[in-house]
Design a protein around this ligand. Structure first.
Ligand SMILES: Cc1cc2nc3c(=O)[nH]c(=O)nc-3n(C[C@H](O)[C@H](O)[C@H](O)COP(=O)(O)O)c2cc1C
Length: 313
């Protein structure tokens, strides 16, 4: 028997597989056995109603997709009244993803979702702050430390900080989240991109820019997970281009403790279940009793150079 359990701070998950926020919804209950997942992560909830970005909001790109969904949300009351009760009949812990425009709003969202049935809160700080320069909270280590610190103080639930890859030094931001008391960092959200229709000369997305996800970003996010794993001691939950058990193993070898599957579920709605089954098969094939053994277990000799800044080709 292979033990797939993995620990994220105070939470012990049956296995390391969970959905990426916004790529999963209640309807998947008709397709897969939700009780098999390591955890649930909800679409980011915001304090009030938000309609989201102008259409089109999705564009396919090579090995990935761009989205500019723009966090449409029915607000916190709908989240507490409809989403939380839906998940309470399943066994995996529910992680409430929250998003907001200001630090004070993030703080009150941390309090608001601290209800029975919610095990932890994932702070989607990859969204723009209205208080600073309009760039994402998690582009700034100091703002990250402030917002996570305020959330941690506002609740007894664990706070996971979901970082943005659209920053100069993600490891520095991860350290700021750890210093503020985050129990884990999620590495990472989508990478900013643009696609243009060359016939019409118009952007393919209604808001011009969007977030790139899917296999196209996997090596970049893998490098960021590796960097963060060398910089913090809290668990890292990987998110970016993960679709199979092999991908999950790759991220765990680089230092991740768990993995979120996002865009892959749009192509294969059963991807998360296949990944869990594939992890068991991998462990059996390699004589691994407990999946946690492979966390950070990438083998390289001391003399292998680890280049974390490009030196040209
Ligand atoms: C359509 C779509 C909606 C998303 N919505 C959210 C969201 O509400 N909150 C959030 O933190 N991330 C959101 N994400 C980001 C994903 O959770 C994930 O971090 C990202 O897509 C990278 O993983 P992937 O390549 O496996 O999709 C969204 C991604 C997509 C594609």
């Amino acid at each position: 028997m292979v033990d797939l359990s993995t620990r994220i701070g105070s939470l012990l998950l049956d296995n390391p597989i969970m959905p990426g926020s916004g790529t999963f919804a209640e309807g998947l209950d008709d397709v897969i056995d939700l009780n098999r997942l390591g955890a649930f992560v909800t679409k980011s909830a915001t304090p009030g109603y938000r309609s989201g970005n102008p259409i089109p909001r999705i564009a396919e790109t090579p090995s990935g997709m761009l989205n500019s969904i723009g966090l449409p949300s029915k607000g916190i009351d709908d989240f507490l009244g409809r989403i939380v009760p839906f998940y309470s009949r399943f066994s995996p812990p529910l992680i409430a993803s929250v998003s907001a425009d200001t630090i004070a709003e993030f703080e009150s969202m941390a309090t608001a979702v601290s209800v029975a049935g919610v095990a932890a809160s994932e702070a989607n700080i990859s969204c723009p702050t209205l208080e600073e320069d309009g760039r994402a909270f998690a582009m700034h280590p100091d703002v990250t430390e402030q917002v996570i610190g305020r959330m941690v103080a506002a609740t007894d639930r664990p706070i996971w900080a979901k970082l943005t890859p659209n920053t100069g030094d993600i490891a520095e931001v991860a350290r700021a989240a750890e210093a503020a008391g985050a129990e884990a960092v999620v590495v990472a959200n989508t990478i900013l991109g643009i696609a243009i229709d060359t016939e019409t000369r118009r952007p393919l997305l209604g808001s011009v820019t969007g977030g790139l996800s899917g296999p196209a970003i996997r090596p970049i996010i893998l490098r960021m997970v590796y960097q963060c794993a060398r910089s913090v001691s809290i668990p890292i939950i990987a998110s970016g281009g993960i679709g199979t058990a092999k991908d999950v193993v790759e991220f765990m070898l680089a230092g991740a403790t768990a993995a979120q599957i996002g865009t892959a579920s749009f192509i294969h709605p059963t991807a998360m279940i296949s990944a869990i089954d594939g992890l068991v098969a991998y462990c059996e094939r390699h004589g691994i009793a407990h999946i946690a053994e492979i966390i950070g277990a990438m083998e390289h000799t001391e003399s292998d150079p680890v280049l974390l800044t490009p030196i040209g080709s």
